[in-house]
Write a protein that binds this ligand. Structure first.
Ligand SMILES: Nc1ncnc2c1ncn2[C@@H]1O[C@H](COP(=O)(O)OP(=O)(O)OP(=O)(O)O)[C@@H](O)[C@H]1O
Ligand SMILES: O=C(CO)[C@H](O)[C@H](O)COP(=O)(O)O
Length: 396
């Protein structure tokens, strides 16, 4: 994608209204903030073919892991912008650009502390800027996106983001603001139940970040009211939800190691046809353990069927338990339809390729991989329908 002569767009496109105050920022704070993040736009030659995917979840719920699986489906490594801020949250590959919506925090760590708001509170985020920039990228215009630095807790100088083929916006609020939501071609919500979230947080923040059990509990409790008010309700808008629950195969289990995972897929979404097990629309329960699939205690159970979710018609595919041998996943894959693979065994191949990623032996990894393949399929369908439209217009 070539970039034409860079120049600012019409000043009326400016994001910041000088009369608007950002949650009671002082005059000085506003000046610093605006200087840091005020975007300078660049017009590109792109025809605006970018498709936009939204991925919502709370912090520590597997968004990065999912993104690594998704970018791998398209091939090529995803890396931060070359020569840019080493603390950038952006990941760029040949096909995809993943931006983290934390970059639209309008209050830095100190600012949030002073105002007594969490990062989940919409008042700590700049939805006008998020909307303008996602809209610009979708229509082929590069933007100077702010960076929220998780190391320092400050807003860093912006980085240039060019319109990619696929733009993924991941974070706390991709579906909160209707204007941003309406720009999404497909949306996903990772719904991690409290017990499981707690187990994952302990595992990561205690082992890798040296936090105490008490501080992890306190941080989860402090975020919960805002999580319930602003993050969780977004799942009603998602085209696909990956819900992660404690297993039902071990009565009273609270270890969070064996998981029951549901893939909830909305019916009637353009360019997306839900995956099914054995027979589309039937209600099925399947225990695949036996000669073709090795299962140690507590085994594996699949379920599939139609259902309703927030008043929408959905299909739900469920897996409870974990795989002993990933190569045998091919047996399960061969019973799934509409998985949008390009060759027999592609799901199994992807899972084997990333067997070291968290969740590779259970439904989280399996369903994330399948959603990645569905996104590739959606992208290809949208691209070919746009190409067909362009050809027709040229003929007319
Ligand atoms: N499917 C999974 N199974 C088990 N543990 C998982 C799974 N996904 C994530 N985790 C755990 O949660 C931690 C956070 O995962 P990840 O970094 O992908 O989440 P995130 O949503 O990107 O987090 P953050 O927003 O805080 O950067 C991992 O280190 C791992 O311990
Ligand atoms: O919920 C979060 C999303 O990742 C973070 O807590 C939020 O971005 C604030 O970051 P930090 O804790 O580094 O100040």
């Amino acid at each position: 994608m070539a970039i034409s002569t860079a120049h600012s767009l019409n000043p009326t496109y400016s994001i910041f209204n000088p009369t608007q105050t950002h949650l009671g920022f002082s005059q000085r704070q506003q000046v610093i903030y605006k200087a840091r993040v005020r975007p300078s736009y660049v017009i590109t030659c792109s025809a605006g073919d970018t498709i936009v995917i939204g991925l919502a979840a709370d912090s520590g719920c597997g968004k990065s892991t999912f993104m690594r699986r998704l970018t791998s489906v398209f091939g090529g490594a995803a890396e931060p912008p070359r020569g840019g801020n080493p603390d950038s949250n952006t990941l760029i590959s040949d096909t995809t650009t993943v931006i983290c919506l934390d970059d639209y925090h309008s209050l830095d760590r100190t600012g949030r502390k002073e105002k007594g708001v969490t990062a989940l509170d919409p008042r700590a985020n700049d939805f006008d800027l998020m909307y303008e920039q996602v809209k610009a990228l979708k229509s082929g215009v590069a933007v100077q996106k702010p960076i929220y630095n998780h190391v320092t807790g400050l807003l860093d100088p912006p980085e240039l983001i060019k319109p990619p083929k696929i733009l993924v916006i991941e974070g706390l609020h991709p579906m909160y603001d209707k204007r941003v939501r309406d720009l999404l071609d497909f949306s996903i919500y990772l719904d991690i139940s409290n017990d499981v979230k707690f187990a994952w947080k302990i595992q990561r923040d205690m082992a890798e970040r040296g936090h105490s059990l008490e501080s992890i509990k306190a941080s989860i409790e402090a975020r919960k009211p805002d999580f319930d008010a602003y993050i969780d309700p977004q799942k009603q808008y998602a085209d696909a939800v990956i819900e992660v629950l404690p297993t039902q195969l071990i009565p009273g289990d609270n270890e969070g190691k064996v998981l029951r995972v549901k893939l909830i897929m909305k019916e009637g979404v353009q360019y997306f046809s839900p995956v099914y097990l054995f027979d589309e629309g039937s209600t099925i329960s399947w225990i695949p353990c036996g000669r073709k699939l090795t299962c140690s205690y507590p085994g594996i159970k699949f379920a599939y069927g139609p259902d309703s979710y927030f008043g929408n018609e959905v299909s739900i595919l469920e897996m409870d338990g974990q795989f002993d041998r990933l190569d045998e996943l091919i047996y399960v894959e061969s019973h799934l339809s509409n998985i949008s693979t390009k060759f027999y065994g592609e799901v199994t191949q992807q899972m084997l390729k990333h067997s070291d990623f968290p969740g590779s032996n259970n439904g989280t990894g399996l369903f994330q991989t399948i959603v990645g393949l569905k996104i590739r399929d959606l992208f290809e369908q949208i691209s070919s329908s746009k190409a067909a439209g362009t050809l027709q217009a040229a003929k007319a």
